[in-house]
Design a protein around this ligand. Structure first.
Ligand code: TYD
Ligand code: MG
Length: 456
């Protein structure tokens, strides 16, 4: 077997190459390979092997299986974690620089400390004075959070192991961590992975809840991504459009709870404020008299959420028609346009099409098809949709409207916000008082409803 020599590791996907190259074969990233010393071969470490013992599932005590969750006190954060943090869990909070990760985590730590827990915030990016001044601005300076400024994992572990085990620890951010055990530079995938693994091990052994903050690269991946994502129990993304004050915390992986849960926050001058009724906020200043806007009755996690979908169909300029989508999937839009064109005879394919989900929310549900199609038809026809109507349902390639789950929850939320009509897939059964259902079976029905407009 060839002797192990230095290898070249892609800093984006973690693939190992034997030679340097300008482009990573695995992920296609340019200039991402960095030379790293090889890890010691398996079985050569000085660790003593110990005999393991298997347990029967039924023998475990209930408290081992379902330990009491640790509540931070920020409801939206706790819900995204699956109803509080499980002792010994490791969370990764990712997001673009400046989106508000340090802010939300500091608020969660402060709330946890005020509730009587021991909270530690270790920042590798800001000095203690900067953290304190931020806490001051958010009126959190009286919270008994212990602060530290360190980047070396050995120092951090020494601090954590001193005294009583903390209930919640945050490391901000993993890209600044380094361990003396490796020669690689801080921020490289090897450093991020090894340092995070040490901290995760500490959390599992001690029962402290560990929150790791990580920056996301331009293309939406946490730098050193897969390597850290599989080490932790939950990955939460903090998203928000620049220029919008809404911020959304979304669970994309969670070993202890649902993964489609979101928490909605508003960035204010004094930190992030929880938004208890996001639908009211997202629909706040809508202009329902304009053609091309439809309200989608969606579900995010366990909560119904009404959002406005806006479409603009315009005469094309030169050449290929333009398509621009914010908050929805590009491929999905192309599909809906094709269906409207070939099954419904609405000639949108040759037009410029713009689609936007208001408020900076990203909608991933297929049930948003119907609202998007209604907005597109309304813009194309130049007729506003009835203002008191919500839409939901999936459109298939045959042009049929397919049912969507949790219809009752969506409809109840619509009634609560003052809507009186819902355009729904044909077989939707629900008797919510005060709401008229308009069942549609295919895009033809939808076009009839949408192009008859507000007069109906
Ligand atoms: P920050 O938490 O530092 O972002 P991250 O840790 O994700 O890089 O948030 C920085 C942004 O938040 C900055 O652009 C200013 C804004 N902000 C407010 O608007 N109000 C506030 O009270 C705070 C603390 C930050
Ligand atoms: Mg920060």
């Amino acid at each position: 077997m060839a002797k192990a020599s230095a290898s070249f590791v892609c800093q984006s996907c973690g693939a190992v190459h034997s030679k340097w190259a300008g482009k990573c074969d695995a992920c296609g990233g340019w200039n991402t390979l960095t030379e790293e010393a090889p890890p010691p071969p398996l079985g050569t470490t000085a660790m003593k092997r110990q005999k393991g013992r298997a347990f029967a599932l039924e023998d475990l005590k209930t408290e081992d299986v379902e330990p009491a969750r640790r509540i931070s006190g920020i409801n939206e954060f706790d819900r995204v974690c699956g109803g509080g943090m499980v002792p010994g869990c490791a969370l990764l909070v990712g997001g673009d620089p400046g989106v508000g990760k340090s802010t939300i985590i500091l608020q969660a730590l402060a709330a946890f400390a005020r509730g009587g827990g021991k909270a530690i915030y270790i920042s590798g990016e800001e000095s203690m004075a900067q953290v304190r001044s931020r806490a001051n601005r958010m009126s959190l300076s009286d919270a008994p959070v212990a602060l530290g400024s360190a980047t070396c994992v050995e120092d951090i572990m020494a601090t954590l192991e001193k005294g009583e085990t903390p209930g919640m620890v945050c490391i901000d951010s993993i890209q600044t961590l380094w361990t003396g055990a490796l020669e690689a530079a801080p921020g490289t995938i090897a450093q991020v992975r090894t340092s995070s693994l040490d901290l995760v091990r500490y959390a599992k052994a001690s029962g402290a809840c560990l929150v790791l903050v990580g920056h996301v690269t331009k293309d939406g991946q946490i730098a050193g991504p897969k390597a850290v994502e599989h080490l932790v129990d939950a990955v939460l993304y903090f998203e928000g459009e620049r220029g919008h004050q809404f911020r959304i915390l979304r669970a994309v992986k969670n070993r202890f709870g649902p993964t489609d849960e979101i928490g909605v926050f508003e960035m204010t001058g004094k930190g992030l404020a929880e938004v208890a009724n996001p639908s009211a906020l997202f629909l706040g200043d809508r202009n329902s008299a304009a053609p091309g806007t439809a309200v989608f009755a969606g579900i995010e996690g366990t909560r119904p959420l009404l959002v406005e979908v806006q479409a603009l169909v315009a005469q094309p300029g030169y050449g290929t028609p333009r398509r621009a989508v914010v908050g929805w999937d590009n491929g999905r839009l192309a599909m809906i346009l094709a269906v409207l064109d070939s099954r419904g005879g609405v000639g949108v394919s040759a037009q410029d099409v713009y689609l936007n989900v208001a408020g900076g929310l990203k909608v991933g549900e297929p049930a948003a098809d119907l609202a998007s199609a209604a907005a597109l038809v309304s813009s194309f026809a130049g007729i506003p949709l009835p203002p008191d109507t919500v839409f939901f349902g999936e459109i298939s390639l045959t042009g049929d409207i397919r049912p969507a789950p949790q219809a009752e929850l969506r409809l109840k939320e619509a009634v609560k916000l003052g809507f009186s009509t819902a355009v729904v897939p044909r077989d939707t059964k629900c008797d919510v008082a005060g709401l008229t259902l308009k069942p549609v079976k295919d895009v033809g029905d939808l076009i009839a409803v949408a192009s008859s407009g507000a007069a109906r």
